[in-house]
Design a protein around this ligand. Sequence first.
Ligand code: ADP
Ligand code: MG
Length: 244
Amino acid sequence: MTDPVLRLEGVRKTFDERVVLDGVDLAVAPHEVIALIGASGSGKSTLLRCINLIERIDDGRIWLGDRDISDPRVTADAVRARIGVVFQQFNLFPHLRVIDNVTLASRAVLKVPRAQAEATALALLDRVGLADHARSYPDRLSGGQQQRVAIVRAIATNPELLLLDEITSALDPQLVAEVLDLVRELKGDGTTIVMATHEMAFARDVADRVVFLDGGVIVEQGPAAEVFSRPREERTRAFLHRFL
Ligand code: ADP
Ligand code: MG
C-alpha cells in the first residue's frame, strides 16, 4: 500500500473494564472508501470516535499520515482540522445560519479570513444545490438538506479523511438517496472515507473495502464484492443474511 492516510494498530478501547474494541488493525489508503459494517453495539461508532480523538484509546496506536495521533500530547483540535466528521443526528448549530455552520471551523480553527471562507462555502453549497439556503437557519431545511450541509461543513476544511457515522439512519427513506448520492460524488473526487453504515446496497456499490466488526473485533474484511458475495466467516454470513 502507498503510505496510508490512516493506520490503526492493535487499537483497544474499554469502558469501565468492558472491552469495546480489541486489537483493531486497519490501514486506509489514499482515496479509499471503507464501509464499516456490523450489528448495533459492535463498536463502529466507538472506532470512529477514537480516530477523531473524541475517545482516547487504552492501547495501540493510530497514525494520521505520519503523525501518531494516539500520542497523549496530541490535542484533539490539531487532529479535528484534518479529519471531517458527520454523525447520524444532524448536528448543525441551530442558532447559526447554514453559511456560518459551514465556515465555522475554517474561520475559528484554521483562521481563514471570513470572505475567503464564505467564498469556499458558497461554492460547495452551490455544488450540492443548496446555495439558495446559505442564509437560512438549519430548521428551514429538510433532514436530507441538513445532512448535506453537515457533509459540506465536514469537507470545507479540506480534510485528509472523512468519517461518516450512519449519516442516513435518522432520515426519512425518501431523503436517503440525496445524501448517498453526495457521498458517491465525494468518492468520485477522490475523498478518503471511512463510513459506518447499514446501507448494505450502497456499501456494496460504493465501498472499495468492507470491514465487518463483531464484538469490537474485525472478523473479516475485503473488497466489497467479495465480502458480500462470498463471506468467509460464519459470523459475517449470519450478519449479512439479515439484510437479504
Ligand atoms: P455501534 O456504533 O456499532 O452500534 P458503539 O461503538 O456505539 O457500537 O458501541 C459499542 C459498545 O460500547 C456498546 O456496547 C456500547 O454500549 C458501548 N459504549 C459506547 N459508548 C460508550 C460510553 N461512552 N460509555 C460506556 N459504554 C459505551
Ligand atoms: Mg453507532
